[in-house]
Write a protein that binds this ligand. Sequence first.
Ligand code: GDP
Length: 466
Amino acid sequence: MFFKEEMIHQTETIAAIATAMNNSGIGIIRISGEDAFSVIRKIFRPAKEKDMDTVASHTVHYGTIMDGERIVDEVLVLIMRAPHTYTREDTVEIDCHGGMYVLNKTLELVLKNGARAAEPGEFTKRAFLNGRIDLSQAEAVIDVINAENDFALKSAMTQLKGSVSEKVRKERALLLSQIAYIEAALDDPEHIEMEGYGSTLLPILSECREDIRQLLENADDGRIMKEGIRTVILGKPNVGKSSLLNALLGQERAIVTDIAGTTRDALEESLRIHDVTLNVIDTAGIRNTEDVIEKIGVDKAKEYAKEADLIVFVVDTSRPLDEDDYEILQIIRDKKVIALFNKQDLAVAADLKTLKEELGQIPVIETSIVENTGLDQFVSTVREMFYKKEINFNDQVYITNARQKSALAAAEDALTKAMDSINMGMSEDFFTIDMMEAYTQLGLLIGETVEDDLADEIFSRFCMGK
Ligand code: GDP
């Protein structure tokens, strides 16, 4: 079991360059830990004489970084005292000139005078270990840094503010009080009645599971908003798959050809059309004139289809349909699909009526990629399918992190098992194990310990009196 408290024995002072690793206007060196101020005292000479040990917190000081008597750089030093700092430790930031040489030189001095080089993410790790943020917030910090669009930034910021943690804590508290009650009853069967408790418990677990499912459902929306729609274009040879990709890209980046053997090695092409981002997965046959199904195999095509958020099924209406078209149709049955009836500029030779019946609810768009018709409608259909939900950051939480998502899925699973056990009339030990598992998984999501708080909870709530 993971105990956060056991890990807080790191009093070593750490330091790192906190800005980009290239020459720029300014560069910042961050120092955190018990010795942060003693380090700065040794290498910084303030312009006006003052005692750096006693200056007020959150103040800025002008002066020079000194290597003995040699001036290394002219800097601003920020003094921030624990606990009101990012790491909750004493923290110093040095604003240097942003050249890599001068930054490294200054860092070297810092390291020589009592700090050690920080590992990647170590400042945030300390913020976590020192209890300023939880694990999901720590991960949000990384997401804020990596955000590439407005949605990604907003969702990371809400997570950083603790929205995910708040929801997860609520569910955990609920589970914990139930587990604690059952444990107490098992300990003291004479005084605490368990008869028929299953029927009280079931709706509580069901609601909890529903909330988790909601988070999981939003997780996919979140990923799509953040990263784009994973798209696979399927269709037999020569229907116009590469032409479609080219048209969408608006430039000749993919290779369109009638001759086989010109496939390029690209795994995914990310393209943005207004607000819609499509990540087109290259199915190895898409840029090739060979039979896409034959080339990648039905199993592989199924696999791609499974991973995709959207399948674009391209049909050549100038040729009669054949079993290849229908085989693809079978693969994509349960997915979100848009069918393109392509080559509308040519005479229609395919039996489109039958195909339309087979397609059922799947939207059909008539296109001529060479004449550039129907593509606007394609994009607006995509938008309708994926972006119609209003994104509301006030009461929606979007989990976009894979680790958090898998913890949620495991918690959902465990709750289902617990409910099954209750329904089958199993004894309490059976379903408390699964409830505990759900509680643990949710704890992993925010990085909290388990045994300790369970003990506390039982003790404080039920006062066993022994
Ligand atoms: P893929 O094998 O499915 O990738 O098909 P391609 O994109 O390589 O297209 C095969 C051939 O069909 C090329 O010669 C394209 O120019 C042509 N083509 C694609 N779309 C259309 C269309 O809408 N109308 C016509 N007339 N030809 C098209």
